[in-house]
Design a protein. Structure first.
Length: 115
């Protein structure tokens, strides 16, 4: 499995960026990535007022690389960039050594920050 993380800084983002990102992810982005061919999972992570990140796990390196090649030309107009007011600050490509499902099971959907 092959991973990609795309990170935006929230340091200079509007004060409501965290709330707007949560709303966008829950109301739009989850549906966009659910069932995407070649994608095992996507996780959206955030440390409010610090950073926001999309972390992807793809079946193949080629699938990950194709996704990234399609994303980068439009990074400035991507919804995350529009909400935070800037382009991503980091892209990390990595190997996923393993994924374990814990006893609580895998749960898709919104996290505790969504009201």
């Amino acid at each position: 499995m092959f991973g990609l993380s795309v990170r935006w800084s929230l340091k200079d983002a509007p004060a409501d960026a965290g709330d707007r990102l949560r709303e966008y992810v829950v109301n739009t982005s989850i549906a966009r990535f659910s069932g995407l061919d070649g994608l095992h999972q996507k996780t959206w992570r955030m440390l409010d007022h610090d950073w926001f990140e999309g972390t992807y796990v793809f079946e193949t390196a080629e699938g990950r690389d194709q996704f990234l090649a399609g994303f980068m030309p439009g990074e400035a107009t991507a919804p995350g960039s529009q909400i935070v007011g800037s382009r991503p600050v980091a892209y990390d490509l990595f190997e996923v050594v393993a994924i374990a499902e814990g006893g609580a099971g895998f749960v898709a959907g919104a996290g505790p920050g969504h009201s």
